[in-house]
Design a protein around this ligand. Sequence first.
Ligand SMILES: C[S@@+](CC[C@H](N)C(=O)[O-])C[C@H]1O[C@@H](n2cnc3c(N)ncnc32)[C@H](O)[C@@H]1O
Length: 216
Amino acid sequence: MKLPQNLIRIGKHFATFDVWKQQVYDEQIVVRGGKRYRLWNPRKSKLCAALHKGLKFLPLDRGTKVLYLGIASGTTASHISDIVDKEGIIYGVEFSPRVIRDLMLVCKKRKNIAPILGDARIPAEYAHLVEEVDVIYEDVAQPDQIEILMRNAEAFLKKRGWVMIAVKARSIDVSKQPKQIFKECRKKLEEMFEIRAELRLDPFEKDHAFFVGIMK
Ligand SMILES: C[S@@+](CC[C@H](N)C(=O)[O-])C[C@H]1O[C@@H](n2cnc3c(N)ncnc32)[C@H](O)[C@@H]1O
């Protein structure tokens, strides 16, 4: 498995190099080879859960530009912020003012996260703040989560750029089997992206799937 430079394995765990010297949630700090790392908790981050479930690569490394839809208070984003390092940037869109207040505390130190209070359904709201990006990461738990991703990819994703999306079946339709929902989501995603990985996140996240794709 080819991991980004700032991501290491410690036994069964994954950990990111603590670029910003900042603990963000209750993650454990460990020292390896004289460097500080933050252990990444798969129960608190779907991206880490995807790694534990067998995702073999990440389209992220030093210098990557990321648009993050549904950044919340920055738990997962803080690890991406370590991975993309000081040369990279995360444009983090979040529509809850309460949640973005917590994110602001994380951004004070992490100079590579640009918090944006906005609705990911309306890319025009923040188009003046975001440049073309290498990767879009989405975790919004909304019924129209696939359409939101496509709209943002059209607006901001570079040619052959990558997308990663955590799909929550229950947000789409509680009456259908998750398996059926994931099949329908994949079909929609394939209109715009080549799917390079599809994983179920159980038992870390119930009824969630994770897709990684590249823009056609
Ligand atoms: C499951 S949480 C994200 C957790 C986060 N990705 C993490 O791993 O740290 C989903 C977040 O998406 C936000 N959200 C939902 N719909 C949104 C929208 N249309 N635009 C922006 N943010 C949205 C919610 O307010 C919530 O904070």
